[in-house]
Design a protein around this ligand. Sequence first.
Ligand SMILES: NCc1[nH]cc(CCC(=O)O)c1CC(=O)O
Length: 319
Amino acid sequence: MSDKALRLGTRRSRLAMAQSGQVAEAVSRVTGRPVELVEITTYGDVSREALAQIGGTGVFVTALRDALLKGEVDFAVHSLKDLPTTQPDELVVAAVPVREDPRDVIVARDALKFTDLPSGARIGTGSPRRMAQLNAYARSHGLDIATVPIRGNVDTRIGFVRSGELDAVVLAAAGLNRIGRGDEVTDFLSVDTILPAPGQGALAIECTADNADLIAALAELDDPFTRIAVTAERSLLAALEAGCSAPVGALADLLADGQIVKEMRLRGVVGTTDGTRMVQLSTTGPVPETHDGAMALGRELAAEMLAQGAAGLMGERAQ
Ligand SMILES: NCc1[nH]cc(CCC(=O)O)c1CC(=O)O
């Protein structure tokens, strides 16, 4: 293969730069080629208001995909949880590397744990999924907490706690770890309490479908189990016809008996943001061996959730 540098298209946010940098190193290792970062600036990066108007993180993905399609870059790295569930024909996810910690965490004042938050505590999150599950948990455990809608990057969000405006904020463990701020986490929220977003903690490395050499090289970075798990989670999301900001949580994990992996469990949840109405279901079965098998698992769980009224709980969207 050529020793020309590969161009990795990336956003310039701290999180995007961190994950692109980490992937660049791995890609350089498996291809033997240098990788150069090409910053793609989007309208959403320039203006938060513009972002709100054009609708969520999808705009970032679109800008990176445009650069791929125009041949301006060779590959791009996305947070899987921000990636729409429909895949354009001209592009392929060539690798899904091993997933980072999928959990949500809190960063709270005074090193507080979630269950130690005092009565009246204000917890910031912009995610309807997190609000729904936090409020549902609080209701069923007699906790008096309020979720407060916030926006902004990780610095801004943690800033609300440091300034005393909020008692805690909820973030993804993976994002904090990737930017080297994992030590600011004060508590990990069990996935039994708060199911993460479908694909949370996982990355997707995308390139054009006609780039066979690169696809073959990137395949070395693929983790088959992570791919099967996120495929099932995203199939559930797609079948619920929910966008990337909808209040859907999902996680596929392995159930092992000692060292022997026995089965895969897929859990899903949707709810109203006030936590009063939730549909939460789980299915367990043999670990799917194919993409189609993982897709079917997600669709089946979605069908059961829809039968229990899930559609009626998804009217809400992130701002
Ligand atoms: N929607 C923002 C976003 N997209 C990806 C991550 C980092 C975690 C991940 O890769 O799943 C975050 C930040 C957060 O939710 O705290």
